[in-house]
Design a protein around this ligand. Structure first.
Ligand code: UT7
Length: 328
């Protein structure tokens, strides 16, 4: 059983930060950021809460899907930067869009969140015939906990949200989800209220142990090494399950972390770069929102056509990774 994407939507904060804007407070320059990451600017929230971005993206997806919100049976949210530890972002959005008949919960699989959430949605659709539509919404305000004194990480991230409404279909579908928790200390941010003994947990000691609390820490080099393996591996495992080859895929939609990671993966897979949807130049890395933002933009531009095969591939903190192959 596969899924049919009925509609997608997005919401981006009003303000943007260009590479040059960072020169005002850290020692960096436009050339370094562009050549090392591919990023030129990224949306950055001011007043907008995460749920608000998610709500607007969801409303657009529901409107484009042309469905009644009352027919949505499940809302799955994904975020690493929710406004609340509880309730879930999904519950807030479920209420505000009038999805009165829906269950709601959030998933945290970091930058692989949308892949995990979409696959979870498909499994619900597969096992519950009373379920008609599922809304999957990713929303991030990473700027809330990015360390703006760490020049190697703060220039990477952007804020934004994207959502999709799906139903079951007989189209091609396969997925492969994975996690390697041994790399959990390579990319993390602590919860706001943690006991003193947990703050000094030796498992999570790093060379940046004295970094500001509750800020995002990333060992960029190690995560990079992981990412260039995980991206092609996720695709290969999902493709194997689907019984298809690289040539059968029309569009690759990878997590948008660094264009050099995507170029390396493309080379490993033997896929030309023009088959990859790239949006990181103007969105930066928006964690779980990055894949649906790229999907939404490609659909808005008419790049992706009905019947084409897509590979959505994520990787990120956890370390999680995973790929989904779908027919649009
Ligand atoms: O979504 C989660 C997944 N995350 C990722 O996939 C991120 C993976 N990692 C990366 O994308 C890259 O490792 C980074 C973009 C984070 C860093 O790029 P890099 O090519 O690995 O740079 P580096 O950390 O090796 O730093 C090279 C140099 C250093 O200077 P020295 O020691 O050689 O003098 C850094 O201090 O570049 C310096 N540097 C900067 N210079 C100007 C680091 N950040 C900056 C900066 N501007 N913003």
């Amino acid at each position: 059983m596969g899924i049919n994407i009925l509609g997608t939507g997005c919401c981006l904060p009003e303000q943007k930060l260009s590479n040059n804007d960072f020169c005002r407070f850290i020692d960096t320059n436009d050339e370094w950021i562009r050549t090392r990451t591919g990023i030129t600017e990224r949306p950055m929230s001011g007043w907008e809460p995460t749920w608000y971005l998610g709500l607007n993206a969801s409303m657009q997806a529901v409107e484009r899907a042309g469905i009644d919100p009352k027919e949505i049976g499940l809302v799955i949210g994904c975020s690493v930067s929710s406004d609340f530890l509880t309730p879930s972002m999904a519950s807030i959005i479920q209420h505000k869009i009038g999805a009165v008949n829906a269950a709601a919960f959030d998933i945290n699989a970091a930058c692989t969140g949308f892949v995990y959430a979409l696959d979870t949605a498909r499994r619900f659709l597969d096992t519950d015939s009373s379920l008609k539509y599922v809304l999957v919404v990713a929303a991030e305000n990473l700027s809330r906990f990015v360390d703006f004194t760490d020049r190697s990480s703060c220039i990477l991230f952007g804020d934004g949200s994207a959502a999709a409404v799906i139903e079951r279909s007989e189209k091609l579908y396969s997925s492969h989800l994975a996690s390697d928790g041994s790399g959990a200390n390579l990319l993390f941010a602590r919860s706001m209220d943690v006991a003193e003994e947990i703050k000094t947990d030796k498992e999570f000691e790093t060379e940046f142990a004295d970094m500001p609390l509750h800020k995002l820490y990333q060992n960029g080099k190690e995560v990079y090494k992981f990412a260039v393996q995980a991206l092609p591996k996720s695709f290969e495992l999902a493709a194997e399950k689907a019984g298809i080859t690289i040539d059968d895929i029309d569009w690759f939609i990878p997590h948008q972390a660094n264009v050099r990671i995507i170029e390396t993966a493309a080379k490993k897979l033997g896929v030309p770069m023009d088959k990859f949807i790239i949006t990181l130049d103007h969105y930066g890395n928006t964690s779980s929102s990055s894949i649906p933002l790229a999907l939404n933009e490609a659909l808005e531009k008419g790049i992706i056509k009905r019947g084409q095969k897509l590979a959505l591939i994520g990787f990120g903190a956890g370390l999680t990774y995973g790929g989904i192959i779908i027919e649009y």
